[in-house]
Design a protein around this ligand. Sequence first.
Ligand SMILES: [Zn+2]
Length: 108
Amino acid sequence: MKNSTPCPNCQEEITIEDFAKQDNHFKLACPYCEAKIKETALTYIILPAMVISALVFFSATIWIKESFEALQNVPTMLVFVGFLLPFYFLYQKYYAAFIVNKGSFKVK
Ligand SMILES: [Zn+2]
């Protein structure tokens, strides 16, 4: 398994951590030269993965909120941050590892 992939613009190695830190997986930016990089091979996976993960995390947040009486008046976003953020980071990390290993990158 690869831990990094070379930037198509400056050839510096972009690591899984660099990818995991970026919120928008359609508009990646190289942390070295700041070139906008486009992932071209996995668009058909990225979109459904984004939709499904959003649904899963949203449903889980609602489920946690409804399961605990004490959380009824807590904002949904806080419930998410308090209970699911570690899982979200874990997901981001696996997802970034997948993109680094299977993706193909071009300068936009
Ligand atoms: Zn670069």
